[in-house]
Design a protein. Structure first.
Length: 387
């Protein structure tokens, strides 16, 4: 019970005819569920947008429609970029994603499904729902694209974290609102009981007074310039402008939201500097992002597409699926390193192209290894130090 309620109750017990205005002085801390959504969406969307730039290349396999389906139009409602962004967002957010191939060769991301697991045979996916339609047929594991993120602790960890943070955020927000709150007092000269006096509309004097106070509050809140007429026996005094409004609480709110984003980013493996667009140590942060986050996701999708789109015979004959274009590096920045790799015969030209995310060249010279003179073994009597 609030102190104001105790005060009001004590007065009513002493003199039930006395009137005390019934103000709403407080409310429970709201659940800040949007904090969790904001932090997760900020980080997961960053990863999903990055992965949506990928290109799927089928090497040594001609006459297939998969190139168009995977890289141009997976279904009638999505482009390849939109499809892959939704795919990877659901993968990270829900820890799994299921894609089915419809009868008209459309790739559809399932919104809901039931998985029936078997020890030896293919698992079955039943009650697969896409938007408002539920498929009656069951899909075998070999017939679908199914991936797991294997990070169940992300959801378990964020549930407890955001419960604590939501309460803290609510308290900090209350402080900020109090610091910027309009405060005032009302003095009323009255004789007799305000409850007994009613006008032609059936309203008591206390109700009319409360309506008048509400109009003043609304005027002060919504207008940059508000002028209120003074009435006899009614004095309104505002205290807000007499005290300096602190911005400390607002800074704490921003820091708290940033802390949530940082925690989620660390769980997924995204350097926080990239989330905020900081340019300091950009190359180092991008390399860390590739190694800690993207490489594992690229490997997962490559393995899944290889297993589901290629037969064993095709794989043994040299058919491969490669993922290109994810955070493609600038070859000009690596020109010196590229020169040393080729000159030392460690890499061929085509190997460098693939490593940088570019397609192989058809020029047979790009598959030959060459060594420069400074890397060759010195012959007898040759002590020259040529480069």
């Amino acid at each position: 019970m609030w102190l104001w309620d105790l005060f009001k109750t004590s007065i009513q017990k002493e003199n039930p005819n006395d009137w005390v205005p019934d103000f709403d002085l407080g409310e429970d801390t709201a659940q800040r569920a949007y904090l969790k959504t904001m932090a997760k969406d900020t980080v997961i969307n960053f990863v999903a947008r990055t992965m949506s730039t990928m290109e799927v290349e089928l090497q040594n396999k001609d006459g297939t429609e998969w190139d168009y389906i995977l890289n141009v139009r997976p279904n009638t409602d999505q482009t390849a970029a939109d499809f892959w962004q939704s795919f990877f967002y659901r993968l990270i957010d829900e820890n799994e994603v299921l894609v089915i191939l419809a009868d008209d060769d459309q790739l559809l991301i399932a919104d809901d499904f039931t998985r029936k697991e078997y020890a030896v045979f293919d698992d079955l996916f039943q009650n697969v729902r896409v938007k408002d339609y539920t498929f009656k047929k069951s899909f075998k594991m070999s017939e679908v694209i199914y991936m797991t993120y294997n990070n169940e602790k992300l959801e378990r960890w964020t549930k407890g974290l955001f419960n604590d943070y939501s309460e803290l955020f609510g308290r900090v927000m209350e402080v900020a609102m109090r610091n910027n709150q309009i405060r005032g007092s009302v003095s009323v000269e009255q004789t007799g009981s305000l409850k007994d006096a009613r006008d032609e509309n059936g309203k008591t004097r206390s109700e009319r007074l409360q309506n008048y106070i509400d109009k003043i509050y609304h005027s002060f809140r919504t207008k940059s310039v508000a002028i209120v007429a003074k009435t006899k026996g009614f004095d309104y005094e505002e205290y807000t402008n007499k005290a300096a409004v602190s911005t400390q609480s607002l800074d704490e709110l921003n820091k708290l939201k940033s802390t949530l984003i940082d925690d989620v980013a660390n769980m997924i493996g995204v350097p926080t500097a990239l989330i905020y667009g900081e340019k300091a140590e950009l190359n180092d942060n991008m390399d860390a992002f590739r190694k800690l986050c993207l490489n594992s996701i690229v490997k997962k999708v490559k393995d899944e597409l290889t297993a589901k789109l290629l037969t064993k015979k095709e794989y043994q004959s040299g058919v491969r699926i490669e993922i290109r274009g994810v955070m493609r590096r600038d070859p000009l920045e690596l020109a010196e390193s590229i020169d040393k790799l080729i000159a030392s015969t460690v890499f061929t030209g085509n190997m460098i192209l693939q490593e940088l995310g570019y397609p192989k060249s058809d020029d047979p010279e790009m598959d030959k290894r060459r060594i420069t003179k400074n890397y060759q073994e010195l012959k007898g009597g040759d002590t020259s130090d040529e480069t």
